[in-house]
Design a protein around this ligand. Structure first.
Ligand SMILES: Nc1ncnc2c1ncn2[C@@H]1O[C@H](COP(=O)(O)OP(=O)(O)OP(=O)(O)O)[C@@H](O)[C@H]1O
Length: 600
């Protein structure tokens, strides 16, 4: 119940719709409750006519009057319940929109750490299930449950008026029924959770596999993937059988109790009628009222079943909604790129001051990292794979916080800058170009929404991308497929470079992509990158010795520690990692070079 109230509180903006739905439900219930009274009156009038207490004309007139009133009551019920249904549809759709938008908003602002432990497809599957179940319940409630519950409450009061033992029996049957249902609920919920877990994992994998279908095909892993998917779904079959057996076993017990109680109710009504306490009309009225009350009790399992799904769904939903978000976003609604951050006089563009960092407690991956990048300087990070290069970039982008020490940008502690302001100052070109489905124009404009066509073209020209874009039939409107899969690796990179040029951030982080490119493509991308780096302070995760040779300074890393810092010429002679790399290159030892993600 508290979970359902929580949903209602969470969606309190829908209150006017909730009120309209309840009003329609009350009116529908009232119209429905009039029916047994009208039939009861008609029955009494007909019985009186047949029995000779009134004339046949009088009996007929009353009966026809009742039939007319019956028609009106039923028409009213039809119209009002449909109006209520309309409100219900609108309400559940708005609820779905509200829950989905807030969930997406939440996900977009969760810290990077949260995503490290989640599989994208699983997050999406969970969202879909939770929201479908919550809104499904809301819709059922507004379209039928509410009227049903109001009718039942009214039947209780009316039957108490006529004969208190009837009301007593009805009052007993409800809690017994709900109690028996609650007994089933604990086990049912546990099994439902087990099922959902399997389905979420399978759906997560499904999304991953379809997203990386080329890898799957190249490893001929289709059968293995399908087998795993099938196994997970089939495991829900066993759980469903157990869950359903349990549910239906308990349902039999519940219904048996109901049958016995209703036997008592009918026995009382018949006995009282024979004893002359009730007229035939009252008997007909009471039988109809009891039938009206019986339906909600029987449907109670369905109501509770749907409510349980909604409760289980809401738990998953609110678990994510309760996760702490990155609080350090600019909350003024101001464009973060326009937020003024005056550089501290004399401060370097980037400074790492004795930074220690661990992804997991007690396992430092960066130790005492100390370096700076002067304004306009190009600095390359070189080190073995897993040495901590990407982690340094992650800290610079504020994706994680140092365990100890400070990271500064233009003299400001990164921990104190709003994250969106910080990130608007840093352009990033990732190793994997990471484009989105849509047009080339949209992908470049991602760097600066609202950029003019001319600005987009100019960025593409400078990134050495304009010529190949123009060769496409659609030009800048060419659709590039999911993650840009319809482009070559080099083309994707150049679009990513154009995107960063358009962003025009003073600091640049570059994770060179090389292995995927042939020499010509590499030259084309390099020309774009050179243009991008001009005048910017650049931190480069370099994968080519030619790039490393062209930077102002090199930082070599070993096991998360800085080994050396200095200009290429100095490090070439120092005997350290860079000097060794040069030796490996001249000896043609590409295998050892690959350990450093260096392609030569
Ligand atoms: N999200 C994460 N959670 C836990 N550990 C991580 C995470 N990301 C990286 N690591 C670990 O941190 C260490 C440094 O990784 P990092 O990605 O910074 O290395 P790298 O030098 O960039 O390597 P590469 O050149 O292969 O990309 C590695 O041991 C890695 O396993």
């Amino acid at each position: 119940m508290s979970a359902l109230l929580r949903i209602a509180r969470f969606t309190r903006d829908l209150t006017p719709l909730y009120v309209a739905i309840i009003l329609c439900s009350v009116l529908t219930a009232v119209a429905g409750l009039a029916v047994p009274f009208l039939i009861g009156n008609a029955t009494d009038a007909i019985a009186a006519g047949i029995g000779g207490q009134t004339t046949t004309e009088q009996a007929l007139r009353t009966a026809l009057l009742m039939a007319g009133a019956l028609l009106l009551a039923e028409l009213a019920s039809t119209v009002i319940s449909n109006i209520g249904g309309w409100y219900g549809d609108v309400m559940s759709n708005r609820m779905r929109t509200m829950l989905s938008v807030r969930y997406y908003d939440k996900l977009l602002h969760l810290p990077q750490r949260w995503f490290d432990n989640e599989v994208t497809g699983t997050v999406v599957a969970r969202l879909n299930r939770s929201i479908t179940e919550i809104t499904g319940f809301a819709k059922m409630f507004s379209n039928s449950f509410a009227t049903m519950l109001i009718t039942t409450a009214a039947v209780l009061v009316i039957s108490a008026w006529y004969a208190w033992p009837l009301a007593l029996l009805l009052i007993i049957v409800f809690p017994v029924y709900v109690w028996l249902t609650a007994l089933t609920s604990v086990k049912w919920q546990r099994l439902e959770g087990e099922k959902n877990e399997q389905i979420d994992i399978a759906s997560g994998r499904f999304a991953e596999v379809i997203g990386q279908i080329r890898v799957v095909k190249s490893f001929v892993a289709e059968r293995a993937e399908l087998d795993d998917f099938t196994r997970r779904f089939w495991s829900t079959d066993r759980i469903t059988r157990e869950q359903s057996r349990h549910w239906h076993g308990m349902d039999m017990a519940r219904r048996a109790v109901l049958n016995i109680v209703f036997f008592g109710i009918y026995a009382i009504i018949f006995w009282q009628t024979v004893a002359g306490e009730f007229t035939i009309g009252t008997m007909v009225l009471l039988i109809q009222l009891m039938t009206m009350a019986r339906q909600p009790v029987q449907n109670m399992s369905f109501v509770i079943d749907t409510a349980q799904h909604a409760i289980a769904g809401s738990k998953d939903y609110f678990r994510v909604m309760e996760t702490e978000v990155d609080q350090r976003m600019l909350t003024t609604g101001e464009d973060p790129a326009k937020h003024v951050v005056e550089p501290v006089a004399g401060a370097p563009a980037i400074r790492f001051d004795d930074v220690h960092f661990a992804y997991e407690d007690g396992q430092d991956v960066l130790h005492a990292i100390d370096f700076d990048v002067a304004r306009g300087e190009k600095v390359a990070l070189v080190g073995e794979s897993g040495g901590g290069k990407s982690t340094i970039v992650n800290l610079l982008l504020g994706l994680y916080e140092p365990r100890e020490g400070r990271v500064e940008v233009a003299g400001h502690d990164v921990a104190e800058l709003p994250l969106d302001v910080l990130r608007s100052r840093i352009g990033v070109v990732f190793q994997d170009a990471s484009l989105f489905s849509g047009t080339i124009r949209e992908n470049i404009a991602y760097g600066r929404p609202g950029a003019t066509d001319e600005e987009i073209r100019d960025a593409a020209r400078r990134a050495n991308a304009d010529a190949f874009i123009e060769r496409f039939a659609g030009g800048y409107e060419q659709i590039i497929g999911e993650r840009g899969l319809r482009l070559s690796g080099g083309q994707r990179q150049r679009i990513a470079v154009a995107r960063a040029i358009l962003k025009d951030a003073p600091i640049l982080v570059l994770d060179e992509a090389t292995s995927a490119l042939d020499t010509k493509a590499e030259r084309q991308v390099q020309a774009g990158l050179d243009e991008l780096m001009r005048g910017r302070s650049s931190l480069i995760i370099a994968h080519r010795l030619s790039t490393i040779a062209g930077v102002d300074r090199i930082i070599t890393l070993e096991d998360g520690r800085i080994d050396e810092i200095g200009p290429p010429a100095d490090l070439a002679a120092s005997g350290g990692i860079y000097a060794q790399l040069l030796q490996l290159e001249s000896a043609g030892n590409t295998k050892q070079l690959a350990k450093f993600d260096i392609t030569g």
